[in-house]
Write a protein that binds this ligand. Structure first.
Ligand code: AMP
Length: 391
């Protein structure tokens, strides 16, 4: 059976997965993680059931994203049943205003995508480095770029605008939105598990380490909480979410923080970690009796409740809320607390269904359906890549 590779490259890691190709539902065969790029690189390979297949330390000298890409191809090779990889699908964070659907990543497309590096400096260069490395070493291998921004291209202009002088908006400073691959997957699953809701007014809550909400009408994004960058909107594991821009000016003036220092503060030192001083991990905070852990969770939930109100306004009402990602899928307490603050919208949970994370967790009386749909961004990328390659 032909194989599909899915790659998600970060600043110090390359995550990948190998799927058996199939038109409707590719099946994951193995998963890999190359971590510690730039420090102490290590390769990990896991089977579909999570069992460790390989652990290997790699010499750090000269081990960059191109070397990690070669390593990925080398360690995956023995597991391909003698087949070649037919297509590689990549998670690419930014498609700018230009790319609103998966695209074949040719050298010319990669050059265009490099224009968006200034819009996503933490992710885009690494995403593109892996595509470039594969173009150089395997020029015949089709590669497909799938964008985190693409799903939100359907937002109306008002939802994308900042109230800043026009010259900056025209240069691309606007609300793009992210987590689009996850939202696309959940929108399709919603159509399968609750066909009656696929055309309705739905808020999807992607609550993981990164967190955002997306307001969907007829399965399309009409507004979302992340904006120009992945730091806006909800409070997250280590990101502050929406913050008064005046705070940043104050921190610069009063404490002499520059852009790089502020970047660390808002992306890596804030959120659940910043408030609790304990951890960015919801499981750890739920298990803690420290008041700071409770405060961090309370603000996390409050921000979600507030933003649900805002997105319900953008939708002109609300028919369903869908929870997904690490916290959304697994933390019944967060779902219950969020729902409690949405009672005014007619939201009511069935406690047992919520505890068991059934697909529908709302009570029969609830005016808003509440669902839990596990996301699967890798599968979404594998399917998109396979479809495009088949064409
Ligand atoms: P993600 O980025 O989607 O992998 O989600 C990571 C977040 O999900 C972390 O904050 C985890 O603590 C949280 N998470 C995963 N499993 C659970 C669980 N069983 N209960 C509470 N939180 C969880």
């Amino acid at each position: 059976m032909s194989k599909i590779a899915v790659v998600n490259a970060g600043s110090s890691s390359v995550k990948f997965a190998i799927f058996d190709a199939a038109d409707e539902a590719p099946t994951m065969r193995l998963r890999g993680l190359i971590e510690g790029i730039g420090a102490a690189p290590r390769v990990n390979l896991f089977g579909a059931g999570g069992e460790t297949l390989l652990r290997e330390d790699v010499a750090p000298e000269g081990f960059d994203h191109a070397a990690a890409t070669r390593t990925m191809m080398r360690v995956a090779a023995p597991w391909l049943d003698g087949k070649d990889i037919a297509v590689v699908g990549h998670r690419v964070v930014h498609g700018g205003g230009r790319f609103c659907a998966p695209v074949l990543a040719t050298a010319a497309v990669v050059d265009e995508l490099s224009q968006f590096v200034p819009l996503a400096p933490l992710h885009q260069p690494h995403n593109l480095a892996v595509i470039r490395a594969l173009l150089a070493e395997h020029p015949q291998l089709p590669q497909v770029a799938c964008f985190d921004t693409a799903f939100h291209a359907s937002q109306p202009p008002l939802a994308q605008a900042f109230a800043i002088p026009r010259q900056y908006s025209q240069a691309g400073v606007r609300r793009y939105g992210f987590h689009g691959i996850s939202y696309q997957y959940v929108a399709r699953r919603l159509g399968a598990v609750a066909p009656g809701l696929a055309q309705a007014r739905v808020i999807v809550a992607h609550l993981g380490n990164g967190a955002s909400l997306c307001a969907m009408k007829e399965g399309k994004s009409v507004a979302t909480t992340m904006g120009f960058s992945t730091v806006d909107g909800l409070m997250m594991g280590t990101r502050c979410g929406a913050i008064d821009a005046g705070v940043l000016l104050h921190l610069m003036d009063r404490y002499g923080l520059d852009a790089r220092r502020l970047e660390d503060l808002i992306y890596r030192e804030s959120g659940l970690l910043g408030i609790s001083g304990i951890s960015s991990d919801m499981r750890t905070l739920r298990a803690s009796s420290a008041p700071q852990a409770k405060e961090a969770i309370a603000l996390f939930v409050y921000r979600i409740q507030r933003e649900i109100g805002s997105l319900a306004a953008a939708l002109g009402g609300l028919d369903a809320i869908v929870f997904t990602a690490g916290i959304g899928e697994n933390d019944a307490a967060t779902r219950a607390e969020v729902a409690e603050g949405c009672a005014w919208l007619g939201v009511a949970l069935d406690d047992a269904a919520n505890r068991e994370a059934r697909t529908t967790v709302s009570s029969p009386q609830s005016q808003v359906a509440v669902l839990v749909i596990p996301t699967n961004e890798e599968l979404e990328i594998a399917q998109s890549a396979w479809r495009l390659a088949a064409r």
